[in-house]
Design a protein around this ligand. Sequence first.
Ligand SMILES: [Zn+2]
Length: 407
Amino acid sequence: MFDVNVNVKARMLTQTSAAMTSLPTDSLAPPVVAQGSSQVPPRSGLHYPLQERLPDLGSALEVAPGVFWLRMGLPFALNHINLWLLRDRLPHPTQSGVMQEGWTAVDCGIDNPATRQAWEQIEQNVLQGLPILRVLATHMHPDHMGLAHWLCERWQAPLWMSTSEYQSALLACSGLSNFGGDPTVQFFAAHGWNKAEDLAVVRSRVGYYPSMVPKVPRAYVRLMAGAQVRIGDRLWQCISGYGHSPEHMALHDAKNQLLISGDMLLPSISTNVSVYAMEPDGNPLQHFLDSLSKMQHLGDETLVLPSHGRPFQGAAARIAQLRSHHAERLDELVLACSAQALCAHDALPLIFKRPLDVHQTTFAMGEAVAHMNLLWLDGRLSREQDATGIYRFKARQSQSSAKPTGD
Ligand SMILES: [Zn+2]
């Protein structure tokens, strides 16, 4: 629910926010202007083939045959999410040998009255009288998952998603949230955030996820890495992604050079990558960087359909930007930790170059620990717990292939 945005090129703060449940994002890279005319996609670099066109609320824009782009509002600074409607055709549930025409909805929006109303408009304006045959969620974050229960009930449609995402949604919906409560307070305190009034706010924030995802469908169909899903005339391959959420699934139509990237590849903000109390020694930033490699091979002509921002071409160029952005921040942290041992809370002003409120600090802390953990686990930093229980990270003199030590 938040995004602290840093201009990648100028390394200056360019945009503030508050945002998402899912995607707190931490950086805003300037769009790279394509070389050449808009009619001829460049061989490299980011390119927005639809230019400034956006679908209006309650309507859709067809971005490829049978693939429609919807935008729903979000009550955060990151104020929209992109959803996708794919023309589909599945065996009729009760009439043997009959195929039923309809749609697959990819992602849902959060559960609030405005988003339900927007879906009702979509029903009137876009669905052409055909039903939603299935709901596919890229991952469990509230902006993607919130209305899955409502759409599935409304259309008697099954939910398709990965097992880790489904089970994480169930946990979060039942109150075992990663966003607040005592375990989160203890986790933050161990990384140096000890201001009592701030932590009281974090402690009280236990109903955050269910406020946007009040229910999760009781059953689902499992998506797995590498599996192929036929949706209408298209064959989509699932590409798993880690670091942003437990088992994110992007969808790749190789034949037609289309990628539904979810939150794993965004054109103008970098994906939030956080450590949470439930897995305090996790290495989500390394997992995220490794996951990007699975999309590295996509040709420049592949049209990437992201969950935030505009459809773009130039996946490899965007991945290179993201890698260099994270590499620079990691190098800065190692340098800072060579002067003195720092805890993750000490590192906040190094990573986020503006004041943060309590809400933003919760996400910033998760990101800061993600950076520290990567450097600790790859041996560039050592980690020790001091007498007060706070983890402090120090640069190793020799950054060889040493294994992590300390604590
Ligand atoms: Zn997300």
